[in-house]
Structure formats: C-alpha cells, structure tokens
Design a binder for this molecule. Sequence first.
Ligand code: HEC
Ligand code: HEC
Ligand code: HEC
Ligand code: HEC
Length: 200
Amino acid sequence: MQKKPAIAASAVAILALLIAEPTEPRRNFPSFIGVAACKKCHEADSIGNQHKIWLGSPHARAHQSLTQEKGLEIARKAGVEDPSRSLACLKCHTTGGGKTEGTMTEGVGCEACHGPGSLYHEFSNHASFEARENMYRKAVSLGMYPILGYDGIKARERLCRYCHTEGRPCYPESAEERKRQKLPLGLIADFVFKHPIRRR
Ligand code: HEC
Ligand code: HEC
Ligand code: HEC
Ligand code: HEC
C-alpha cells in the first residue's frame, strides 16, 4: 500500500495545474502538447482507437461550439466579445484552459483529462503491456492525472466537476435542460469498460 500517498498527492496536483496562473515552460515540468501527439499511437484499433471515439464526442467540438449561434448568444450575455479567444470560455472549452497556443482550438482534448503529456507521452514513459502498474505510476509522476480505474474515481470526479459546474456562464436557464446536463457520480464512475463520450 505504498501507492496511496503518491496518488493522493497527484490528485491535489490536478487542481493546482488546472487553476495555475500561466507560467513559463519549465524543464522537467509537464506541458500540454496537443491531441496529434496522442493520435500517433491512439488511433490504432489494436489498443482501442481512443482518438476516433474522442473525435466523435462533444468534447472534440467544444471549441467550435463557442462560435456557433448558441455560443455567441451565451458570450453576448456574459459580456464576452470573442469567445473563441477569451479565457472566460477557453478555461473549460479547450485543453490547457487557453493558456497554450498549440492547444487553443482542439476542444477538450486527451490531455484535458489525462494531464499534460510532454513528459509521459513517449511509449517508454507510460505504456507497457508487461509492467502496467509500474508504468502507470511512472506516468502519474510525470504529469498524467490519476483518473483511471476504481482508485481514480475521486480524482476523476473532481476533474469532471471542475468544468461540469453550475457556476459556468453557459449553465442553462431551463430546469429541463439543467436536468439533462446533470453529471451524476454514477455517470462519472460508469466508464470502466468504455471510454467516456456521451450521455446516450
Ligand atoms: C508511442 C505511442 C504512444 C503515444 C505517442 C501515446 N501513447 Fe498512450 N499508450 C500507448 C500504448 C501502447 C498504451 C497501452 C495500451 C494498452 O495497454 O492497451 C497506452 C496507454 C495509455 C493510457 C492508459 C494507461 C494505463 O496505465 O492503462 C493512457 C491514459 C494514455 N495512453 C494516454 C495517452 C495520451 C494522453 C497521449 C498523448 C499525450 C498518449 N497516450 C500518447 C502508446 C502511446
Ligand atoms: C476541461 C473541461 C472539461 C472536463 C475536464 C470535462 N468536460 Fe465534459 N464537457 C466539457 C464541455 C465544454 C462540453 C460541451 C462540448 C460542446 O458541446 O461544445 C462537455 C461535454 C460533455 C458531455 C456531453 C454532454 C452531452 O450532450 O451528451 C459529457 C457526457 C461529458 N462532457 C462528460 C464528462 C466527464 C464524465 C468528464 C470527466 C471524466 C468530463 N466530461 C470532463 C468540458 C469538460
Ligand atoms: C466552468 C467551465 C465552463 C466555462 C467557463 C464555460 N463553459 Fe460552456 N460548457 C461547459 C460544459 C461542462 C458544457 C457541457 C454541458 C453539458 O452538455 O453537459 C458546456 C457547454 C457549452 C455549450 C453547448 C451547450 C448547449 O447548451 O448546447 C456552449 C455553446 C457553451 N458551453 C458556451 C460557452 C461560452 C460562450 C462560454 C464563455 C462565455 C462558456 N461556455 C464558458 C463548461 C464551461
Ligand atoms: C472527458 C475526459 C477524457 C478525454 C477528453 C479523454 N479521456 Fe481517455 N479516459 C478518460 C477516463 C475517465 C478514463 C478511465 C476509464 C476507466 O478507468 O474505466 C480514460 C481511459 C483512457 C485509456 C485507458 C484505456 C481505455 O480505452 O479505456 C486510454 C488509453 C485513454 N483514455 C486515452 C485517451 C486519448 C488518447 C484521448 C484523446 C484522443 C483521451 N483519452 C481523451 C477520460 C478522458
């Protein structure tokens, strides 16, 4: 049971990263590198093609939504001039909260949920078919968010709820739509055998 403290510490680091002020990229400090880096390997059907699943999900469209009719209307009400460039919206509608130029328009990409990948994205730093546990622990120490499996459910809940909150400018007014957009823990935790995508 040596694993627990490390995982707990990383769960704290998740929020620290999400709400951190922009900082100069530092050596040995993980940064966001974008979906394309993950796609290289994760578009293979042999390991689940998470890229294709993601591409078909609302998270991949999160940046586009900002400049569609509804997005522009919400922005107007919130007093935001250009939602596609404003941190007030990018905070939750893209990877890295809009503070990284390279991931500004990708929507809620892999690293928004799995953590900044610059240090762990190489095969040897996060994936091994033989020593899974060890590699996962190593990846977490290099910036991967510990949201996988049952052990990761608490951190996962915090991650999802950071964006899926009632305090957002796009929180709907109608009770019916509010109910539809609710993200109960059952849904957050119900992903053990499939990659998370949509409600239906
Ligand atoms: C060089 C190829 C490669 C790249 C690049 C890559 N991955 Fe992976 N990744 C893999 C392989 C292979 C696995 C193991 C799959 C399995 O066990 O079924 C894996 C596993 C994972 C897992 C599951 C970890 C676990 O312990 O079960 C996550 C999460 C993940 N990758 C996220 C990412 C993200 C996010 C990126 C981009 C920042 C990325 N990967 C880039 C090859 C890669
Ligand atoms: C960085 C912010 C962010 C994080 C983290 C995040 N989401 Fe989302 N999520 C969004 C945004 C933004 C949308 C809406 C995208 C759109 O339609 O433009 C969305 C959409 C969704 C939808 C689709 C709703 C529908 O209409 O079907 C589901 C389901 C969902 N998220 C679940 C999750 C779960 C589960 C997690 C945690 C594992 C999570 N999200 C983490 C920002 C986030
Ligand atoms: C705190 C995080 C957060 C912020 C900040 C935020 N959003 Fe959202 N937004 C979300 C989430 C989460 C969803 C997905 C809701 C769902 O479908 O469950 C969403 C959904 C949306 C949608 C599609 C939802 C729909 O009703 O069809 C639009 C459009 C949108 N947001 C626009 C904006 C605009 C414009 C801003 C800036 C003024 C903004 N959002 C700021 C988290 C956020
Ligand atoms: C909205 C958040 C979210 C986004 C975006 C996301 N993931 Fe995941 N991913 C998760 C969660 C939560 C799990 C854990 C599922 C579990 O433990 O049962 C997971 C599991 C995984 C796994 C483990 C094996 C599997 O397929 O379940 C891999 C690999 C992975 N993600 C890669 C990726 C890649 C690559 C991308 C981008 C193309 C991506 N993820 C985008 C939340 C996300």
